[in-house]
Design a protein around this ligand. Sequence first.
Ligand SMILES: [Zn+2]
Length: 270
Amino acid sequence: MMLLTGCEQDSTLEVPHTFVTESPSVSPEPTATASPVPSQSVQPSSTPAASPMKEPAGFETGLPKEEAVVAESKKQTKKSELKPIYSVGKGKVAITIDDGPTKYTAELLKVLREQNTHVTFFFLGQNAAAFPQSVTEAVYDGHEIGYHSDTHPQMTQMTYDAQNLEFNSGLSKLVKLDKQPVTLFRPPYGAYNNDTKLVTEEHHMQMVLWNEDPQDWATNDPSQVVKSVLAQVESGSIIVMHDHPSTIAALPGIIKGIRSKGYTLVTVTH
Ligand SMILES: [Zn+2]
């Protein structure tokens, strides 16, 4: 089950509204470079390849951030040019739902149908395997399906090889449930490093982060979630939320509120 802890982000950091270009530039081949990667907070690579965290134990919170590559990662001298996506276009807002599918996803999909809205899901491989029908239903309903790792580890604490393994194991569970290629990846906790970017682009995928975090997991009160989302929403917002009962209950109010501010709800496209 999910825990309410697991936030490795520095909670003292404010979330800056960093707007990157809305159409991400793809760099198909990273160029090799001799410049060394900064070696701060290098950790010994004696940790096991798989993350000790075996369950989807955390929610995205705080500032998405790039971190240093772990020591002895074989790709660390190769610099990725991948540019993460933080926002959608002018006048648009994207609702993104992480950490599903869960036992609540069927209800979530029903609410979205009633509101005639499409969102972008970032599904975990292990959860897709546990609730395959919710994935196929989300695909059928026309939502955008992104990938969020297999087991929700902190990717930045893993070597390149371990990240690649984690990526492949969950993706294989998800792609067989989607008739379209899965092309969007959101790293757990918004934590990534150069190796995460390399693995993402080697799978011909884009990295999608966010610029609005209403911390929907921190309350069980749907009206608080509505208030928090609508207080922050602005043109271009990518809002990170979770497959969680109070968030589902809040969605009608969120969707109506966003529309009444004149924004168009979109999925994150690629
Ligand atoms: Zn997550």
